[in-house]
Write a protein that binds this ligand. Structure first.
Ligand code: DI6
Length: 410
């Protein structure tokens, strides 16, 4: 009999994240891969034959746990410079908003990003991305938003796409032209919104470099009426939308995003009941960013219990960026999501797998099931709850990306 699968993992426990048992767990399971996709998942005793006859390669997992590859669905990981001086100023009492209004904040990273070459941006993001990949991340979302002119935004998006050419990761890109008002438009915010709608969005759509359009709806950024125009234009151009909403104040951004069928509304510390109801009705995912909540020492937390009651899907992401979340670990976000936001460890793991896939509109990953991409992570843990439990450290023993072993235990 010829082998039917490329590889077969045995001697593993599976956290499939499928409905049913907690974590969708299958003890003493097996998982087969064919042509980069999961071909079979189940209890080892249900295998239709002896492993060595079923697959070209049989891999014994040493009774480790296997999960879907992790998905970081909200990052600003590509940028020039760093902002540790701002961190010092905040510790002396300045607020994030005050620094932004004084010309620091996002705009200072814009200057460094405009000055950086595309190669420099790729190199910096590569350095920051590597620790995520070592932790089992196989898909990452990368936003632009530190260019704020067409050429620099295109440079960022091209650099983001290049990450997937030399690293074992899939990249989804979001155009974030509405992140801040660039210095040359100071006092002329309406003109910048015109530029986004009339020139930048059509060119971005033509370039094919952006998978979605994002914005920052906030008093220090763009108001709901401005975001509505931007979303209407993006939608006309066939681009899905998402929004940084209700991070520092409640402007009704989440409800606006939901009205445009947004993939996600992100942050949400100040989200009210109307926003929750609108997100639930639209199926808009709540992307929770505990790293920024922690780093900015926010006292408000997203309304987790109300989101849960309303049945809103909750994802978790690193938000890796130089201003509000210099985060280099997605696993640490699981811990923070539980301790700061009171998610359960199971919700936290689902938040970086099944729900993060939903936040990116990716139906082909996020759970262990036949037909899904064979993006897998193998862990030196005794229970999946440990992924949210340890603070620091990295129990990731192996990573499979599109069926290929890219990190391996010896
Ligand atoms: N909210 C955030 O937390 C990041 N962007 C946003 O809209 C911060 C980005 C930065 O400060 O550089």
């Amino acid at each position: 009999m010829t082998a039917i699968w490329d590889s077969l993992w045995i001697d593993i426990d599976l956290a499939t994240l499928q409905p049913g048992a907690p974590y969708g767990a299958i003890r003493d399971g097996a998982l087969a891969v064919l042509d980069g996709r999961i071909a079979w998942v189940g209890p080892r005793t249900d295998l239709p034959g002896a492993p060595a006859r079923l697959a070209t390669q049989v891999i014994e997992g040493g009774r480790r746990w296997m999960t879907p590859g992790l998905i970081d669905c909200h990052t600003h990981i590509l940028f020039g410079g760093e902002r540790s001086r701002e961190f010092e100023l905040r510790l002396e009492g300045a607020s994030y908003e005050e620094l932004a209004r004084a010309g620091g904040g996002i705009v200072s990273t814009v200057a460094a990003t405009r000055a950086a070459s595309e190669d420099d941006l790729v190199a910096g993001a590569t350095r920051r991305l590597k620790p995520f990949l070592a932790e089992g991340v196989t898909t990452v979302e990368v936003k632009s938003g530190y260019g704020l002119d067409l050429a620099s935004e295109l440079k960022m998006l091209r650099a983001a796409r290049r990450l997937a050419e030399h690293l074992p990761v899939q990249v989804r890109t979001s155009f974030l032209g509405a992140h801040a008002v660039p210095p040359e438009f100071k006092g002329r915010q309406a003109d910048y919104v015109d530029l986004i709608c009339d020139e930048m969005l059509p060119a971005i759509a033509r370039s094919g470099l952006a998978d979605a359009v994002d914005g920052f709806c906030e008093n220090i950024a763009f108001g709901p009426a401005e975001m509505e125009r931007i979303f209407a234009t993006a939608t006309t151009l066939g681009l899905r939308v998402k929004l940084h909403a209700e991070q520092l104040s409640d402007l009704g951004g989440a409800a606006l995003a939901a009205r445009f069928g947004a993939l996600s509304a992100d942050h949400l510390e100040c989200l009210g009941q109307d926003g929750i109801a609108a997100m639930a009705a639209a199926g808009t995912v709540a992307v929770l960013l505990p790293g920024a909540n922690y780093f900015l020492a926010e006292t408000r937390r997203p309304p987790i219990a109300a989101l849960r009651r309303a049945g809103v899907s909750m994802a978790i992401a690193s938000n890796c960026n130089p201003g509000s979340a210099p985060v280099l670990s997605l696993l640490l976000m699981l811990s923070m999501a539980c301790t700061l936001f009171r998610l359960t460890p199971e919700e936290a793991l689902a938040g970086v797998t099944r729900e993060a896939a939903r936040a990116l509109g990716l139906a082909d990953r996020g759970i262990l099931a036949p037909g899904r991409r064979a993006d897998l992570a193998l862990w030196d843990i005794e229970s999946p709850g440990e992924l949210a439990y340890w603070i620091g450290g990295n129990p990731c023993a192996a990573v499979v990306h599109g069926g290929k072993l890219v990190k391996s235990f010896s």
